[in-house]
Design a protein around this ligand. Structure first.
Ligand SMILES: Cc1cc2nc3c(=O)[nH]c(=O)nc-3n(C[C@H](O)[C@H](O)[C@H](O)COP(=O)(O)OP(=O)(O)OC[C@H]3O[C@@H](n4cnc5c(N)ncnc54)[C@H](O)[C@@H]3O)c2cc1C
Length: 305
């Protein structure tokens, strides 16, 4: 079993002050309950994770399940059979057929739609899935010497959100080493955005030693902001640092930075989304042994995906 992070002392009070990362401010009742303390205080951590990093969860689940997991095997075709489903996997040159009793489509909307397009009776769902747009994003990770963080930022807070009407490139900032104290003892190259950062190329101006850095994770890229994301990594890092300085008073150059790009990664819930999702669910439910899930439907934060 993976170790969960223990709740921090005073975390409930801090959490009640903070904006949730999913953008929802704590409700009045939530704040009061937590401030009142007692059992609710312990149970009410806003942010929880795994000490080993959330990226270790899929491997742990796979190990515990005893299932055979094949990665790097894109499914290219889905077809009903008399007893279940047939998946066509692998390259067009060397296709492989996999028979399945049941299928869960845990894919982004467009590939899910492409697979459903060939299934009799699922054409409407396929079309509706194709209508869900995705925004691309960049995570700009900045490392600062701990000393440059001004009070009261240095005392607490996990980050902030920037509304689109403010006209800034950065839409959200996570003070990673403040939000996740277990990261504070690491180096700039480890941990700040453990999800998907393995291919991230460290760059910038060298590294300070372990425990001396504050890691800040800036998210950029809303729907339609492709032009912003076409900028060079160094330019994005400079822009993020400038906006962070403007918002928080952090001064000077980051000691290190890196940019991790996520193309077409965040589903957008446009007007009519709920109806669209309802129609997809009805069509999928009519297919025996088929289910669908993922960030495209009921919430894009990991616990809901
Ligand atoms: C930059 C970024 C930061 C985020 N930060 C947070 C955060 O701090 N907290 C939080 O709660 N959420 C966060 N999210 C949201 C959350 O990570 C996602 O919503 C969630 O991971 C989506 O999970 P999913 O399983 O629906 O889709 P995905 O994780 O996209 O998984 C879909 C999988 O399907 C595979 N696939 C696609 N096509 C095929 C095919 N034809 N055959 C087989 N496989 C296929 C893909 O390779 C992929 O592995 C963040 C998202 C992004 C992009």
């Amino acid at each position: 079993m993976l170790p969960a992070l223990p709740p921090e002392k005073g975390e409930a009070e801090a959490a009640a002050r903070e904006t949730r990362e999913d953008g929802r401010a704590p409700q009045e009742g939530e704040v009061r309950t937590r401030a009142d303390g007692g059992a609710a205080r312990k149970a009410a951590a806003v942010f929880t994770s795994l000490a080993s990093g959330l990226g270790t969860l899929p491997a742990a689940v796979a190990d515990a399940s005893g299932a055979v997991v094949r990665t790097g095997s894109a499914v290219r075709e889905l077809a009903r059979t008399a007893t279940g489903w047939r998946l066509t996997v692998g390259s067009a040159a060397v296709p492989e057929s996999v028979a399945a009793d049941a299928v869960i489509l845990a894919l982004p909307a467009r590939p899910a739609g492409r697979l459903l397009a060939g299934v009799p009776g699922a054409g409407g769902a396929a079309a509706a899935l194709g209508e869900i747009p995705y925004a691309s994003m960049a995570i700009i990770t900045l490392a600062y010497p701990r000393s440059v963080f001004p009070e009261p930022l240095a005392r607490g807070g996990s980050g902030y959100l920037v509304p689109a009407v403010d006209g800034h490139a950065v839409k959200a900032v996570t003070l990673s080493t403040r939000k996740w104290p277990h990261l504070a003892g690491g180096t700039a190259g480890r941990g700040p955005d453990s999800a998907g950062s393995a291919d991230a190329r460290p760059s910038g101006a060298g590294r300070a030693g372990a425990g001396q850095l504050d890691i800040v994770r800036c998210s950029a890229g809303r729907l339609g902001e492709e032009e912003l994301l076409q900028r060079e990594d160094a330019e994005l890092a400079k822009l993020a640092a400038a906006e962070l300085g403007e918002a928080t008073g952090v001064r000077g150059e980051p000691a290190d930075w890196r940019v991790t790009r996520w193309g077409g990664a965040l589903p957008q819930y446009l007007v009519g989304h709920l109806d669209r999702v309802a129609s997809i669910r009805v069509a999928v439910a009519a297919q025996p042994g088929l289910a669908i899930c993922g960030a495209a439907f009921d919430g894009s934060a990991s616990p809901r995906a």
